[in-house]
Design a binder for this molecule. Structure first.
Ligand code: AMP
Ligand code: MG
Length: 490
């Protein structure tokens, strides 16, 4: 009795639509219990938004729930099946270390997935242990919450607990489980799985389900599956542009890590760029630079082409006609991306309206920045604060010419200087999760001191505030002989 009451008080409001799909799409599977669950961090404000009782969750019972030791009443745990191209190679994947508990209906009427990541082996684990280490789970927590604060669509992080068990990597690390909240976990790879191992009937079920969940406005289109492709392309064109505007590098844009909802998903070797350079790569396994900063729009287009291929049987009975339709829609991606990117870059420079020269001048600024190894975030921060003298290229004739153009361009627009400055303040974060700051927070947290991480999370929650307490976080990392490297989230 008591247990049920606690669960009710926690505010869970499940409606598990994915679990009602045919069994082809998942395997029913409970999380594997762990020895000693302990709460490391609970996202109280997110809990409130979801209609959950943060006080009730911030408890031993809450830790047991987020570790997978106790299931909330009404959950329907399962591991999702999916496939994907990893670094260009097609393979069967699936939730190898994650369990979807179900879908929470929020007080705002939204439906979100509640997923445990690091919750033990599943039929899709292949050689893996199904587990995750504390550092990478906290890393996902910090970076995903920072992305949310930056206004970029992303999965969220509700909690991290430790398991009281070690996970064996290069050394033995503390095991942890992250609770992830997502619009859904439907990936390009989910469609690839359906196309490859299901039939047109399964594919149609998945497409209709996805349309109802993410693009209900497209259900009545003449060709709803073409509309699904169009809408997904539109969301990705916007998402990738937003990444580019803040210097975010996802690091592992495999097709299984691209969500149809348009949210950023699967924070593994991701990192933010310091010095502007399109070739920037942090991931230790991305030796070819496939997922470099500047490649992201091209990779997104490549992934969307794989999505389109999966949808072909639904687009038209005549395959040639289906291909023609898909290609036509895919061909709109570069233009849509460019438009989103340009709009955002104009906003970063406080520009209203459009002039034909804008694009070339924005490119010119980036090329000057690259030549002078200017920090991406801090350059736009300096311009926002009216301190062009703070950037490394200050005093060069190229930058002088550029500044003169920029000032004249801003004078030509009808909007006031104040409005222009305001626009810059809203689009140029004063701080981003700098890699060295994140690492310092993680190192302390793994030692049991979460104060560094809590302070970092506090400042990252208001990236556009330009407050005094952010000053300590704006410096790029000190020069080092060792290039910064990130690792896949294991
Ligand atoms: P990711 O690199 O996180 O996108 O994961 C790629 C695939 O590997 C997914 O199918 C994961 O479920 C699986 N995977 C990653 N780490 C593990 C692990 N420790 N145990 C089992 N499967 C894993
Ligand atoms: Mg993944």
């Amino acid at each position: 009795m008591a247990e049920t009451l606690t669960q009710a008080k926690m505010g869970w409001n499940w409606d598990n639509s994915y679990a009602r799909l045919p069994a082809f799409f998942y395997t029913r599977q409970e999380p594997v219990p762990v020895r000693a669950p302990k709460m490391v961090i609970l996202n109280r404000s997110l809990a409130n938004t979801l209609g959950l009782d943060a006080d009730a969750l911030d408890s031993e019972a809450g830790a047991e729930l987020f570790a997978g030791n106790r299931l909330p009443e009404g959950a329907a745990p399962l591991a999702q099946a999916y496939a994907g191209h990893q670094f260009g190679h097609f393979t069967m994947l699936g939730d190898g270390r994650a369990i979807l508990l179900g879908e929470q209906l929020t007080p705002q009427g939204e439906r979100v997935d509640i997923q445990l990541k690091g919750s033990g082996r599943t039929p899709y684990s292949r050689g893996g242990d199904g587990r995750a280490a504390l550092g990478p789970m906290l890393r996902e927590y910090i970076v995903s919450e920072a992305m949310h604060a930056l206004g970029i669509p992303t999965t969220r992080s509700l909690a991290v607990v430790t398991t009281g068990q070690g996970v064996i990597r290069e050394e033995t690390l503390a095991g942890a489980v992250l609770t992830r909240v997502a619009a859904s976990h439907i990936r390009v790879g989910t469609f690839q799985y359906a196309a490859r191992w299901g039939g047109p009937a399964q594919l149609r079920i998945l497409a209709d389900y996805t349309l109802r969940r993410h693009y209900p406005e497209a259900l009545d289109a003449d060709n709803r599956y073409l509309a699904l492709l169009q809408h997904t392309i539109g969301r990705q064109a916007s998402l990738i542009a937003r990444w580019m505007h803040v210097g975010f590098i996802h690091g592992v844009m495999n097709t299984d890590n691209m969500a149809i909802s348009g949210e950023t998903i699967d924070y593994g070797p991701c990192a933010f760029m310091n010095e502007y350079d399109p070739a920037t790569v942090f991931s230790s396994i991305d030796t070819g630079g496939r997922y470099a900063y500047g490649n992201q729009p091209y990779i997104a287009a490549w992934n969307l082409a794989r999505f389109a291929e999966s949808l072909l049987p639904l687009l038209d009975d005549d395959e040639d006609r289906a291909i023609e339709m898909a290609e036509e829609v895919l061909s709109t991606f570069p233009g849509q991306f460019r438009r989103n990117w340009l709009d955002g870059m104009r906003a970063k420079l406080g520009l209203f309206g459009e002039e034909t020269e804008d694009e070339a001048r924005i490119e010119a600024l980036l090329s000057i920045m690259q030549q002078h190894r200017a920090d991406f975030t801090n350059t736009f921060r300096a311009l926002t604060l009216d301190r062009p003298e703070d950037v490394p290229m200050h005093g060069t004739s190229a930058f002088g010419d550029w500044l003169a153009w920029w000032q004249a361009r801003r004078h030509r627009q009808a909007e006031s200087d104040d409005a222009s400055r305001q626009r810059m303040r809203e689009h140029n974060p004063a701080i981003i999760p700098r890699n060295h700051q994140v690492e310092a927070a993680l190192a302390a947290a793994v030692r049991g001191d979460d104060s560094v991480m809590k302070r970092l999370l506090d400042v990252l929650a208001k990236p556009f505030a330009y407050t005094e307490d952010q000053a300590a976080y704006v410096a790029p990392p000190p020069p080092s002989d060792q290039p910064y490297r990130t690792f896949c989230g294991t």
